[in-house]
Design a protein around this ligand. Structure first.
Ligand code: AQP
Length: 337
């Protein structure tokens, strides 16, 4: 399908049995709205998942659950192209090419690598983890994406993508669209409910501050009600002095659609407990239909396979064309069929 809509591309790792609220509010929610206005390509990035050790059966299961969840939160295969990264071999192929356009020092500056390798220790850190931002560059450039909806933690990788696209284009001629990050300020970084100075992350030292969308609702509402706040009592927005309360207000606002100032007014004269209780109720009501839809997709594996086969076919048509152009610009002798 040829469209004159701007193109978006983004991906999510199948490294957990559930997406968390940070993944959803930081990125996936935007994916759902952008499918209405953009030519949207979204993928489950299993090649990225193996940068850390994975159990094969769990990886396969998490990949299916990830796809079902993306459909459950509202992606519509009629409105976007949804696929699995490893179904499109061009990712690994262009990934190698982009490795050869990246300086070692440039790759070593990626803060996500420093954070993750720091947590894992040198012995368990793979070369794949070091080069994964470059594979991400290839992911984006293959689709000539104009915009990349992600959370704040990915901004540096989009900047790397821009640099490498410009480098390739200026050395070998216009080949790749130079993309822009699409990061919504309000939800760019959702914080851990127990440590509101750290981003919500599945690899946090304790799961107490992590809200997984597919966890039992009771477990999540309990976590929301036990969120760390501060010694004050007045519900107001102050990212420095009231990091925990501000995080809860931003989450409330994203789910309820009410602005933060409106919420501050709404909670005037009431204490933090009122905010937590209301947010827990709101969350429970919001997540129940998502869980139900996800379950119904998981109950229909044949339909999931159909969605993924169609997605891979559509993705390969675009990715194949870009890779062929890039190979030609580089000077690879074309294979005659
Ligand atoms: N806390 C967050 N706030 C806002 N956005 C977030 N994202 C992740 N955490 C937050 C965004 O989610 C998208 C998918 O990211 P991913 O596949 O890289 O997820 P992840 O890295 O597996 O998530 P974690 O929990 O952060 O994993 P670890 O602990 O392994 O580092 C991205 O757009 C990301 O910005």
């Amino acid at each position: 399908m040829v469209t004159d809509r701007p193109r978006v591309l983004s991906g999510i790792q199948p490294t957990s049995g559930s997406f968390h609220l940070g993944n959803y509010l930081g990125a996936v929610r935007q994916w759902v709205s952008l499918q209405e206005t953009h030519d949207a390509f979204y993928m489950v990035v299993d090649l990225h998942a193996i940068t850390v050790e994975q159990d094969p059966a769990t990886l396969r299961e998490n990949t299916r659950v990830s796809v079902a969840q993306l459909l459950g939160v509202g992606l519509d295969p009629e409105r976007c192209t949804l696929f699995i990264q490893s179904h499109v071999p061009e990712h690994a192929q262009l990934g190698w090419v982009m490795n050869c356009f990246t300086g070692f020092g440039e790759a070593a500056r990626m803060t996500q690598f420093k954070d993750k390798s720091g947590k894992q220790g040198a012995d368990r850190t793979t070369v794949g983890l070091f080069t994964y931002p470059i594979l991400q560059v290839a992911d984006i450039l293959l689709y000539q994406a104009d915009q990349v909806p992600v959370g704040e933690d990915q901004r540096q990788h989009i900047e790397l993508t821009r640099d490498l696209a410009e480098r390739f284009n200026s050395r070998l001629g216009q080949t790749f669209t130079v993309p822009n990050p699409y990061i919504l300020k309000e939800t760019a970084k959702i914080f851990d409910l127990q440590d509101p100075t750290s981003k919500m992350s599945k690899s946090a030292s304790t799961p107490k501050g992590l809200v997984n969308l597919l966890d039992e609702v009771k477990t999540s509402t309990k976590k929301i009600k036990s969120a760390v706040t501060d010694t004050g009592t007045v519900v107001s927005y102050d990212e420095q002095e009231k990091a925990g309360v501000s995080n809860l207000l931003r989450i409330h606002s994203a789910i309820s659609g009410r602005s933060v100032p409106e919420l501050v007014e709404h909670f005037e004269g009431r204490m933090y407990g009122a905010l937590k209780t209301e947010l827990a109720e709101l969350y429970a009501e919001w997540v129940a239909p998502i869980q139900q839809r996800t379950r119904s997709y998981l109950d229909d594996p044949a339909e999931l396979d159909r969605v993924l086969a169609r997605g891979a076919e559509k993705a390969r048509a675009v990715a194949g064309e870009t890779l062929a152009t890039a190979y030609d610009r580089i000077g690879f002798l074309a294979a005659k069929r």
